[in-house]
Design a protein around this ligand. Structure first.
Ligand code: 5GP
Ligand code: MN
Length: 345
């Protein structure tokens, strides 16, 4: 068995799964390629095993993921609350992938909290909450999609991984590693990716579907974000991008349009901490990215009520845009050396 699975509830999860009549797979708000890839791979796998299974998620996924096998069957709580509530009522098992706290599901999370169904977590974020009955939580891995690959293989069903499931898993691995540029210093990630190619996926085509399908307004929004929207603070080794509600309206913002934008602020030499502040629906969505040892998981958790990974985290803040940005700026002096020497570990 993959060693890390031995330290989790893997065996108990198999037993729970075998007893389940109606299963929901769910993931976090503002879902990305790994969230949707891991959910759909699990959905296709369990469907092939004959389980009654639905994917129910809080809000819409980006259009650039709509081609994914099974995507059309995803139920979106924001669009169909009554149908989703009914599915939650009928479910006796809820499989939670690619997030670690039901808070991240907003109102759908409340529905799950009220449900008596067993809740299983399969995830690669730090610091999972204790709301889950059983857990596979492991963070030294590229993505939740890679975890799902191991999960299926260790369950004895490697032969069920077909081209469609491989496309979902590859999308999750490729997007969560920034097309194999971070969180991917693991031999295993490449061996698994090679297996997925053996199953016939077309990696170049998938790349085009995800990254070469921008609308003109999305590209212009990116252009604005990295020019007018960008502030650089070389003294603190930090940079941040601000997108107000008006900016987003001006560029006809659609779900997913700011995916990856924060990384441009981090691409500047000697900038080790980057942030994106985005004013949305009365909240401020914050994304943090860092290089090396500086932990933005800690920054997001301790000061913004969010979380994530060491080098990529996020939060949703209820204060105004100005107050949220000030909170960030006020913290910078306290980081001192931590933001200078980030490659000492
Ligand atoms: P992004 O900035 O791309 O939205 O998210 C970066 C990472 O942080 C992802 O792994 C995402 O799951 C996590 N993340 C984003 N927003 C939140 C949040 O509000 N709370 C927590 N705990 N994690 C978040
Ligand atoms: Mn992920």
């Amino acid at each position: 068995m993959e060693n890390y699975l031995l330290d989790t509830d893997f065996i108990k999860i198999q037993e729970t799964l075998d007893k389940s009549g109606s299963i929901i797979i769910t993931t976090h708000t503002n879902p990305d390629g790994d969230a949707i890839g891991a959910s759909l791979a699990m959905f296709l796998y369990l469907s092939k095993r004959g389980f009654m299974v639905h994917v129910v998620i809080p809000d819409l996924y980006p259009e650039f993921l709509a081609w994914m096998p099974g995507a059309k069957e995803i139920m979106i709580f924001e669009q169909h609350p009554l149908e989703c509530k009914q599915l939650v009522k009928e479910a006796d098992l809820i499989i939670c992938v690619d997030f670690n706290n039901l808070k991240r599901l907003n109102e759908l999370g409340d529905e799950f909290r009220r449900s008596d169904a067993a809740k299983i977590l399969i995830d690669h974020h730090l610091n999972p909450s204790d709301e889950f009955s059983l857990k596979i939580s492991f963070n030294k891995i590229s993505s939740t999609s890679e975890l799902i690959y191991d999960f299926i293989c260790e369950s004895g069903y490697k032969s069920l991984i077909d081209k469609h499931i491989a496309e979902c898993l590859y999308t999750g691995i490729a997007t969560d590693t920034g097309s194999f540029s971070y969180s991917c210093n693991y031999v295993k990630t490449y061996l698994i990716t090679a297996e997925l190619f053996r199953l016939g996926i077309d990696g170049e085509h998938i790349h085009r579907l995800i990254y070469d399908t921008y609308s003109e307004s999305r590209l212009r929004l990116l252009g604005y974000a990295v020019s007018g929207g960008l502030r650089v603070l070389p003294g603190y080794h930090a940079a941040y991008i601000v997108l107000t509600k008006e900016d987003l309206e001006r560029f006809n913002y659609q779900v997913g349009d700011t995916e990856g934008v924060v990384n441009y602020a981090l691409s500047i030499r000697d900038i080790n901490l980057a942030a994106l502040f985005m004013e949305r629906d009365g909240q401020v969505k914050v994304s943090f990215r860092s290089k090396g040892s500086f932990s933005v998981d800690r920054l997001a958790r301790e000061h913004f009520g969010g979380g994530g990974h060491r080098n990529a985290s996020g939060a949703n803040c209820n204060e105004s845009l100005d107050v949220t940005i000030s909170r960030f700026l006020d913290l910078l002096p306290s980081f001192g050396e931590d933001l200078i020497h980030v490659y000492n570990d």
